[in-house]
Design a binder for this molecule. Structure first.
Ligand code: CDP
Ligand code: CDP
Length: 198
């Protein structure tokens, strides 16, 4: 019986860092679903066709982490047919044994509505911009505008908008060091794991 952990939240909130750490700690598989949309966005041409034919090579391109790839991702992510093309792969991944951690925008609401654990990771706009700017060597003020634009697009789209699932635990990492955020997440997963064993 597999165990799915859904981690959603706005850009640069700390989802990926927490998801990776949980996967290592529990020995689970990890999928950064944002990479699917980034790879689709940077491929160019017809985005639906791109999403339908993503290869391992597309998912390991060096430029996927750039701010430009993030913007391209959020544009193609608003197209329902793009999301539909990526749905089955994510569902199958979530069912992998012994468990899987997926991070994105719609994991708890659309991809894994029955996930054993749902986290919704947030942090203030300014802190998220600072963190992402430090990561990319970019200007924090410019990064703030970019993240806000992307969050707005992700929240306002009609299909699978960014929002917490009703049963998600909200984790605000604004004032948390990475290790503290990870420790809280591990505790939440541990509790859910033990509950299931009862
Ligand atoms: O996956 P997501 O875009 O939500 O964020 P991330 O890539 O996990 O985190 C963005 C940046 O913030 C990374 O450089 C993390 O190391 C950093 N971070 C942090 O400084 N403090 C935290 N509590 C979480 C993440
Ligand atoms: O790491 P960060 O939070 O900056 O972005 P990401 O997770 O790599 O996602 C890039 C873009 O892909 C997001 O702004 C969304 O538009 C889209 N996305 C989505 O729509 N659904 C997902 N499950 C994951 C990403």
């Amino acid at each position: 019986m597999s165990f799915a952990i859904a981690i959603d939240g706005p850009a640069a909130s700390g989802k990926g860092t927490i998801a990776r750490a949980l996967a290592v700690y529990f020995g689970f598989h990890h999928l950064d679903t944002g990479l699917l949309y980034r790879a689709t966005g940077v491929r160019g041409g017809d985005p639906v066709q791109a999403a339908q034919s993503l290869t391992a090579e597309d998912l390991t391109r060096d430029d996927l982490r750039s701010a430009g790839a993030g913007q391209a991702a959020s544009r193609v992510a608003a197209i329902p047919e793009v999301r539909a093309a990526l749905f089955d792969f994510q569902r199958r991944f979530a069912a992998r044994e012994p468990g899987a951690v997926l991070d994105g925008r719609d994991i708890g609401t659309v991809i894994c509505p029955d996930a054993e654990v749902k986290l919704y990771v947030i942090a203030s706009d300014e802190i998220r911009a600072q963190r992402r700017a430090a990561e990319l060597g970019a200007d924090p003020a410019e990064m703030l505008l970019q993240l806000q634009e992307r969050d707005r697009r992700d929240s306002e789209r009609a299909t699978a908008p960014l929002r917490p699932a009703d049963d998600a635990v909200v984790l605000d990492t604004s004032d948390l060091a990475i290790d503290q955020a990870i420790a809280i997440a591990i505790e939440i997963v541990d509790k859910a794991w033990n509950r299931r064993l009862l």
